[in-house]
Design a protein around this ligand. Structure first.
Ligand code: NDP
Ligand code: HEM
Length: 498
C-alpha cells in the first residue's frame, strides 16, 4: 500500500488507472463507456470562466488592516475603531488588458480591497489614482470600448482613445496622471491606492461626514519609463505576479499607510468644486489627510483561481458606519458589480470561500444554481419573512441617517459649468522639468497614427490646462513623429489609426 492519498473519481470511488483509456484492443478505438475519459475532457472544457470585462489581469494577496488612529467621532464602523485588526484581501489589476496582457503596460491600476469585518464584508474597489476619466456613468461603457479592441482590426486603437478623450475634457486630469511617471509602477507595492469616490461615515449620534480614503505606499514610488517597460516585457509578461508573490512569500510584507480626508456634511455646496465629482480631488490644504492605520499584505493565496480569479469585489458592500454618497459614478457601480459577478461567477458567488463573510450570514434568498449551503434564515421552518418560526430579523441600528436630496429629474449636462482645467494644472505645476518632459514624450508616443484633427483638439485642451503643456506635447510630437500643426496624421500603422 502507498502512503500517498488514493486517487478517486469526483464521486469518491478509487480510480484504478489514470494513464490508459479503455479501448477495444490495444490500438483502439476508445469506448464511450470510459466515463473517466469523458469526465476529464468535459472538466477541461469548463476550466475557463469569462474574464472580468475590465481589470481582467490581476495579482492579489491577503493581509491585515490595523487601526491606530481615533476616528470614532466620525464613524461607528467597528473595523475602524482604535486597535481594530481586520483580515483582508487585495487584488491589483490593469484595466484594459486581457488575462494574458503584460503586467508592465501603461495603464491605470485597480486597487480592490475586501475587508472581512465582524459586521460583514466591506469592499473598497479603488484605483491607484484619485480621479477617473469620466464623471457620468452613462459614458463608462463608451470609454471602455475605446480602451479595448477595434471591432474590425481587432487591435487597440490610439485613434479611438484620443478621439474620446479630446471630446471629453473631464478626462484631462486622469489622462495627465496616466501619462505621467506614475503610469507604469514597477510593481503593485510601489504605488498608492485611492478609494477615489467620496464615501460617507456616520456615527452613533446620526451625524454624517463625507470621506475619501487614501493608501500611501510605504515602499515609496517606483516607476518605469516606456523604454524600460518595453525591454522588460520582452523578458517577462508576469513581472507584477512575480514581484508580489515573492515579496509576500519571503516575508518582505508590503505596507500602506491608511489615511482619510473628512468633510463635514454642512460643507456640501461650499467648495468651488463638486465634492461628488469623480474627476476632482479634495486639495490636501482644504481637507488634510488624517493617518488612521496601516494595511499589510502577508499571505499568498494557495490557489490563484479559487482565491484571486474568483474574488468578487463590489462597492455595494458596505458596513454600518460607512456608506455611499451622491457621486453618480459610485451609484452606477453599486449596481454594476454584483450584476457582473452573477454573470461571471454565478448566482451564489458570495458563498464562494474567498467571498464569504467571516461573520454569521442570514438571508431569505432561496435555491438557485449551486446553492450548496441550504437555508440561511436562522431557523429550520422559516423560509419567508416576517415569520413566527424564529427566523432572522432586521437590525435597525444598521440604518444610516436620512440624506436630503433635491432637484427636478432631468438629464443635466455634466460638462456645463465644470472647471476641468484647474486641478490638472495644479498637478502639472507640481512636476519638475524632468517629469514634464517625460509627460510630453509619453503622450507623443501614445499618439502614433492619430489623425491631426484629433491631435489638435487634444492640444487645445492641454493649452487650457497650461500653455507649456500644449507647447511641450507639440514639440514632442514633432520630435517623435515629425508632426507639424494640422498635419493629416502622425506616422503610425494604418491599423493603429482605425
Ligand atoms: P499636494 O501638494 O498636497 O499633494 C500632491 C499630491 O500629488 C500628493 O498626494 C502626491 O502623492 C500626488 N502626486 C505627485 N505626483 C503625482 C502623479 N504623477 N500622479 C498622481 N499624483 C501625484 O496637492 P493638492 O492636494 O493641492 O493637489 C494638487 C494636485 O495633486 C491635484 O490636482 C491632483 O492632481 C494631485 N493629487 C491630489 C490628491 C489629493 O487627494 N488632494 C491625491 C493625489 C494626487 P504622494 O503624496 O504619494 O507623493
Ligand atoms: C472591475 C464596472 C468605474 C475600479 C469592474 C468590473 C465591472 C466594472 C463590471 C468587473 C467586475 C468583475 O467581473 O469582477 C464599472 C462601472 C464603472 C466603473 C460600471 C463606472 C460607472 C470604476 C472606478 C474604479 C473602478 C471609478 C476605481 C475608482 C475597478 C476595479 C475593478 C473593477 C479595481 C477590478 C476589481 C477586482 O480586482 O476584481 N468594474 N467600473 N471601476 N473596477 Fe470598475
Amino acid at each position: 500500500m502507498s502512503d500517498k492519498p488514493t486517487l478517486t473519481t469526483t464521486a469518491g470511488a478509487p480510480l484504478p488507472d489514470n494513464q490508459n483509456s479503455i479501448t477495444a484492443g490495444p490500438r483502439g478505438g476508445v469506448m464511450i463507456q470510459d466515463y473517466q475519459l469523458i469526465e476529464k475532457l468535459a472538466h477541461q472544457n469548463r476550466e475557463r470562466i469569462p474574464e472580468r470585462v475590465v481589470h481582467a489581469k490581476g495579482w492579489g494577496a491577503f493581509g491585515t488592516l490595523k487601526i491606530t488612529g481615533d476616528i470614532s467621532k466620525y464613524t461607528k464602523a467597528k473595523c475602524l475603531q482604535p486597535g481594530a485588526e481586520t483580515p483582508m484581501l487585495a487584488r491589483f489589476s490593469t484595466v484594459a488588458g486581457e488575462l494574458g496582457a503584460a503586467d508592465a503596460e501603461r495603464d491605470v491600476r485597480g486597487f480592490a480591497l475586501k475587508f472581512y469585518t465582524e459586521d460583514g464584508n466591506w469592499d473598497l474597489v479603488g484605483n491607484n489614482t484619485p480621479v477617473f476619466f469620466v464623471r457620468d456613468p452613462y459614458k463608462f461603457p463608451d470609454f471602455i470600448h475605446t480602451q479595448k479592441r477595434h471591432p474590425r482590426t481587432n487591435l487597440r486603437s490610439p485613434k479611438a482613445m484620443w478621439d474620446f478623450w479630446s471630446l471629453s475634457p473631464e478626462s484631462l486630469h486622469q489622462v495627465t496622471i496616466l501619462m505621467s511617471d506614475r503610469g507604469i509602477p514597477v510593481d503593485p507595492t510601489f504605488m498608492n491606492g485611492y478609494g477615489s469616490h467620496t464615501y460617507s461615515f456616520w456615527n452613533d449620534a446620526g451625524e454624517r461626514f463625507w470621506v475619501k480614503f487614501h493608501f500611501k505606499t510605504e515602499q515609496g514610488h517606483k516607476h518605469y519609463v516606456n523604454e524600460e517597460a518595453e525591454k522588460l516585457i520582452g523578458k517577462s509578461r508576469e513581472t507584477y505576479q512575480e514581484a508580489l508573490f515573492d515579496k509576500v512569500e519571503t516575508g518582505q510584507y508590503p505596507r500602506w499607510k491608511v489615511q482619510v480626508q473628512i468633510m463635514p456634511e454642512s460643507d456640501t455646496g461650499k467648495t468651488p468644486y463638486n465634492p461628488f465629482d469623480l474627476t476632482k480631488v479634495w486639495p490636501h490644504s482644504d481637507y488634510p489627510p488624517i493617518d488612521i492605520g496601516v494595511m499589510e499584505l502577508n499571505r499568498n493565496a494557495d490557489n490563484y483561481f479559487a482565491e484571486i480569479e474568483q474574488a468578487a469585489f463590489s462597492p455595494s458592500n458596505i458596513v454600518p458606519g460607512i456608506s455611499h454618497s451622491p457621486d453618480k459614478m459610485l451609484q452606477a457601480r453599486i449596481f454594476s458589480y454584483a450584476d457582473a459577478h452573477r454573470y461571471r461567477l454565478g448566482t451564489h458567488y458570495e458563498a464562494l470561500p474567498v467571498n464569504a463573510p467571516k461573520c454569521p450570514v442570514h438571508h431569505y434568498h432561496k435555491d438557485g444554481q449551486m446553492n450548496f449551503f441550504g437555508q440561511k434564515t436562522g431557523a429550520t421552518d422559516a423560509y419567508y419573512e416576517p415569520n413566527s418560526m424564529g427566523g432572522a430579523v432586521e437590525d435597525k441600528s444598521a440604518m444610516e441617517p436620512p440624506l436630503n436630496i433635491e432637484g427636478a429629474m432631468a438629464r443635466y449636462n455634466h460638462r456645463e459649468g465644470n472647471d476641468d482645467f484647474s486641478q490638472p494644472r495644479a498637478l502639472f505645476e507640481l512636476f519638475d522639468d524632468g517629469q514634464k518632459s517625460r509627460l510630453f514624450d509619453n503622450i507623443a508616443a501614445a499618439m502614433g497614427g492619430v489623425p491631426g484633427e484629433i491631435i489638435e483638439r487634444q492640444l487645445a485642451l492641454f493649452k487650457q490646462v497650461h500653455p507649456d503643456y500644449e507647447a511641450g506635447v507639440r514639440a514632442a510630437l514633432k520630435e517623435a513623429h515629425g508632426y507639424e500643426a494640422n498635419a493629416i496624421s502622425t506616422p503610425g500603422t494604418q491599423s493603429a489609426a482605425e
